[in-house]
Design a protein around this ligand. Structure first.
Ligand code: COA
Length: 378
């Protein structure tokens, strides 16, 4: 009989597996802080570049620190001809998260500092990765649609350049700020599955690229970042406001997990969803296409009534991005374009106080069996 300490906790629920000073989730109060700052405060006032500095360095940047970081991020956002050629060679129908995982893995092959795990080299790699993620995603999007890639512009932020390199035209302030806030909201979330995967990889003293590749593969899953694509698929399948309630009731009766609802840690409203709901509403009004927001509200109402489940970050990000004309299979890569800042912050922190992460399993298989020669097995 195993002692209580040796009994597995399914899904590691409630297990504290690391100390971190980067972000904290209070699931009972629905609060999220990055380095002590409330997410509501940051969503209202901070740019993504400021948040990136905050996550990596622990403080909001001064004017000159911000100018320095923004300049470096802008300069590193361009892709080499080898990486552009690789993106062109990827099948046009590839899943964009698989594409991202592959291209990020290839970035390591072209980075002479890939194996240098010093803090200085890791910070430079964090800058390269955070800068290049959006360009990789938008380059693939353009190439697969038969369009030429667009080079990032010098004067634009990460959010601005994401939209510029996606569409080939300079976005207006509303679109840029919407993207910027979405990036701020998704930047970090304590020991979520992909961040944990990154830290496990880093803790073996593997390199930052390997840690980030582990994280991308983990974010892809529909129980994690992949949920936002699932949300829009559901909304498109439902198709109209009057279909929402019967669709939800049928899905719940069939014990189906409805994407964009529920959370391991939040037992109340996810504070990121509060902002995304409002962003979705405003965009719906702006474009005159309120249907997706209204259907989302109805879904939220029925699921709250039936299951007491709250929407999570992925629910309203789906209708927000859809209203911006972004293809659904780019929703999870957009999540990655933001979360790369948190992943790299955690890898830096892991390296600063490293100890191999190696838990135990509660063995539930047989014991005491003896080898049977192959000819005697049935
Ligand atoms: N739709 C329907 N029922 C859900 C649900 C959902 N999205 N999320 C949780 N539940 C129900 C479960 O069926 C279970 O009910 P039961 O006790 O009657 O069996 C209960 O709520 C607990 O769910 P469980 O899957 O054990 O919670 P978890 O902590 O392991 O999982 C998630 C958390 C996020 C993986 C889960 O809520 C989920 O799958 N959500 C949909 C995917 C998603 O949006 N992921 C993004 C997370 S940010």
């Amino acid at each position: 009989m195993p002692s209580e300490a040796n009994v597995a906790k399914a899904g590691l629920e409630g297990v504290v597996a690391a100390q971190s000073a980067i972000s904290d989730v209070n699931g009972d109060e629905g609060r999220l802080i990055y380095r002590g700052f409330d997410i509501h405060d940051l969503a209202e006032h901070a740019s993504f570049e400021e948040v990136v500095h905050l996550l990596w360095h622990g403080n909001l940047p001064t004017r000159s620190e911000l100018a320095l970081l923004s300049g470096l991020l802008n300069r590193e956002s361009r892709l080499s001809s080898e990486i552009q050629a690789l993106i062109r060679a990827i099948p046009k129908d590839a899943n964009p998260m698989d594409m991202l995982r592959t291209v990020v893995s290839a970035l390591a092959l072209h980075d002479p500092e890939a194996g240098d795990t010093s803090r200085e080299a890791n910070l430079r790699k964090a800058i390269r990765l955070t800068a290049k993620f959006p360009t990789i995603v938008t380059t693939f999007q353009r190439v697969r649609y038969g369009l030429e890639p667009v080079e990032p512009s010098d004067g634009l932020s990460i959010a601005g350049n994401f939209l510029f390199t996606l569409r080939g035209e300079v976005p207006d302030d509303v679109a840029t700020r919407t993207m910027d806030v979405a990036f701020v909201l998704h930047a970090d979330h304590e020991l979520n599955a992909s961040t944990f995967a990154a830290r496990v990889t880093a803790a073996t003293l593997s390199d930052m690229y390997s840690a980030v590749v582990s994280a991308i593969g983990t974010l892809k899953g529909p129980l994690h970042g992949g949920a936002n694509e699932g949300v829009i698929k559901n909304l498109l399948e439902i198709g109209s406001l009057e279909n929402v309630e019967p669709w939800v009731l049928k899905a719940l009766a069939g014990k189906k997990k409805i994407m964009g609802f529920g959370h391991r840690v939040y037992h109340t409203e996810d504070p990121r969803a509060t902002h995304l709901r409002e962003m979705s509403r405003q965009l719906g009004e702006r474009t005159g296409e309120k249907k997706w927001y209204e259907m989302s509200r109805k879904m939220e109402e029925v699921i709250m009534r039936e299951k007491h489940l709250n929407p999570n970050v992925d629910f309203y990000s789906a209708s927000t991005y859809y209203a911006m004309g972004i293809p659904p299979d780019l929703f999870t890569p957009i999540f990655a374009c933001s979360r790369i800042s948190g992943w790299t912050a955690h890898v830096l922190e892991q390296f600063d106080h490293n100890r191999l992460i190696r838990p135990r399993a509660e063995y539930v298989g047989p014991r005491g069996l003896t080898y049977t020669p192959i000819g005697e097995r049935v």
